[in-house]
Ligand binder design. Structure first.
Ligand code: GUN
Ligand code: FE
Length: 420
């Protein structure tokens, strides 16, 4: 029984997307990081075990950011006057180039992982840059901080400035090196990361798909984000019926677990392709607004049974905080709902995307329920709110106006992380 531990507080999570499950003054019992019991009174067999009592605080699942660019962290909040393709050319690639310097990469990436953790993101799927040594620094920073991660070296071998692309074979070699080095890590693992179809040759896409399938590695990329980008893909790959098929034709679309960021303008065929159980769309509402891409019809995707997670997409998105991404998902759906009332996402649906769907990509995470990993946040909100509001209201308040000052503790796999 040594490895059994108990925490107590008001437990709030989404078992289904349609509503919050609330256990007032509940207990979470975990063993070796895995939840074995959640109850409103502690069974006798656990008496005698120390209870960490968080009193009147909320205990909620951690957040999972399924799409962001660690290599763009310093860019957050700048260059927001451009549309996607110009934004990449004029700002982003130049900045990513500098992350090839390990000393600088450690400085940037340590801040990035500290901030993820600080704001309650306990798992993140990250694009580093095309630099192999730079990407290695990001793996190391994830290991140091102790949150979960999928880290990708960005494969690019055409249609971008020379200073950021590599020849296909060399790019693949770098990825292979990182896969070998980090494939057995418990918390941070490699993910195959073609940046997006336009910056890969046919040869590179084919080799990347083969590598993903041969090693059972997940894949992450961008899909159908912006109208000019989609048109470019059509010109570059006329042999494919649509954007998703460029990936699918190369074993990069659900042959292994796959994250596809955006999906703002999917065709009917592409929506059907996304119903493949291994494909997760990642909705990135801030980014879609900032680089003027559009608003993805997320509620419709959910109604049709697609898996849709949430991403900060920094630095297309300007903030790394996932509570803000949850709010922005609801807000942008309301804009669609002005003309189509069915398009509105509820707060519980957006929360589910950031916790349960996101956590599902990492494993058994995202619910505070038996057989899930204990990945959780303790929310200690203002006493003035506590005395006045219901538990669900208090969660809503945290999501809308809270920040790291409200997060009293963070657990990853049952382990209490050091205060940030
Ligand atoms: N498409 C290709 N690269 C990028 C990127 O860095 N950010 C976003 N938002 N879209 C992309
Ligand atoms: Fe992105």
């Amino acid at each position: 029984m040594n490895s059994v531990s108990v925490i107590k507080g008001h437990i709030v999570f989404t078992d289904s997307a349609s509503e919050f499950t609330i256990i007032e003054n509940g207990y979470i019992v975990s063993e070796n990081g895995s939840i074995i019991d959640v109850c409103d009174s502690l069974p006798e067999k656990y008496h005698g075990i120390d209870v960490t009592d968080y009193g009147d605080s909320l205990i909620i699942p951690g957040f999972y950011d399924l799409h962001n660019h660690a290599g763009q962290y310093l860019q957050c909040g700048t260059g927001m006057n451009k549309e996607l393709l110009d934004w990449l050319q004029d700002y982003t690639y130049k900045l990513e180039k500098d992350l090839a310097d390990p000393e600088y990469a450690h400085r940037v990436y340590s801040r990035y992982v500290e901030d993820l953790c600080k704001y309650g993101t306990l798992g993140a799927c990250a694009f580093a840059t095309s630099s192999t040594v730079g990407t290695e620094c990001l793996f190391e920073e994830f290991k140091k901080i102790g949150i979960r991660g999928f880290v990708g070296k960005v494969n690019m071998d055409c249609n971008a400035p020379d200073f950021i692309i590599e020849e296909a074979q060399k790019s693949l070699e770098g990825t292979r090196y990182l896969v070998e080095k980090y494939k057995d890590e418990p918390l941070v693992r490699p993910i195959i990361t073609p940046r997006f179809a336009p910056t890969s040759t046919r040869e590179a896409l084919k080799m990347l798909g083969e590598m993903a399938v041969a090693n059972g590695l997940p894949v992450q990329s961008h899909l159908s984000e912006n109208r000019a980008e989609i048109e470019w893909v059509r010109e570059l790959f006329p042999e494919y019926a649509n954007y998703a098929s460029v990936y699918a034709g190369n074993q990069l679309f659900g042959d292994t677990p796959t994250l596809m960021a955006h999906g703002v303008y999917l065709t009917e065929e592409e929506v059907e392709m996304c119903r493949n159980g291994n494909v997760y769309l990642v909705h990135c509402p801030d980014s879609n607004i900032n680089v003027r891409s559009g608003i993805a019809p997320v509620k419709e995707f959910l109604n049709r049974g697609l898996k849709v997670g949430l991403g900060s997409d920094i630095a297309g998105g300007h903030k790394i905080q996932m509570n803000e991404a949850i709010v922005r998902a609801v807000q942008s759906s309301k804009i669609l709902a002005v003309d189509k009332p069915d398009a509105q996402l509820s707060l519980s649906e957006a929360f589910y995307m950031a916790t349960v769907t996101g956590g599902g990509f990492f494993g058994r995470m995202g619910k505070l329920k038996r057989d899930y990993q204990l990945d959780a946040l303790v929310i200690d909100d203002d006493p003035l709110y506590k005395e006045r509001y219901s538990l669900e209201d208090r969660l809503e308040k945290f999501l809308y106006i809270g920040d790291d000052r409200w997060i009293a503790a963070r657990y990853v796999g049952g382990k209490l992380l050091k205060p940030g």
